[in-house]
Design a binder for this molecule. Sequence first.
Ligand code: SF4
Length: 211
Amino acid sequence: MDRYSVIENKNKREIVLLKGFPCIWGKCTFCDYILDNSESEEEINKVNLEVLEKVTGKYKVLEVINSGSCFELPKETLQRILQIIKEKNIEKLFLESHWCYRNRLDEMREFFKIPIVFKIGVETFDYNFRNIVLNKNAKFVSPEEVKKYFQSPCLMVGIKGQTKEMIEKDVEIALNYFSHAAINVFTPNSSNLERDEQLVKWFKDKYSFLD
Ligand code: SF4
């Protein structure tokens, strides 16, 4: 697995995919990334410290993700990230968290002491699709509620059952309410959800400017 990468187009940054303790929720119907979770702190830190060695600080921006939330990273990993921020002159961090930790985000801000863009897996602003079909357990109603805590919603497109109208509304919200957003196209995995190829094609044509 490639756990280090550099994003060279929009919002240039280095990105690391770290290992974490089990996701606090772990029940989203589309998710099999939690297979990367581990209960062995030693194993987690070993993997993470190796990956973090690759960070150069070339864009002074670092994104740290794991298959869950940043609150599921062990202390030793967090300490190493902090050291790297200082050593490589990182000025901005992107971190990701589930909705359930929304009242704890400042703990990370106080710990790292640099600006943090907090990402959240919203998947869609359609309440029923998010919470019933995707079982996301993120029970906010409006984008304003999300914006109170998070700067960058992650959206998912291309799952069977999603509609064009839902996606259009989601993109409109992302563009009008938030400074950042990420849109992922669903890739078939070991979950039971299926990809809607026609919907993906329509999305790629209509929203190519977002690439
Ligand atoms: S919150 Fe994220 S990591 Fe956890 S089960 Fe849902 S999609 Fe997977």
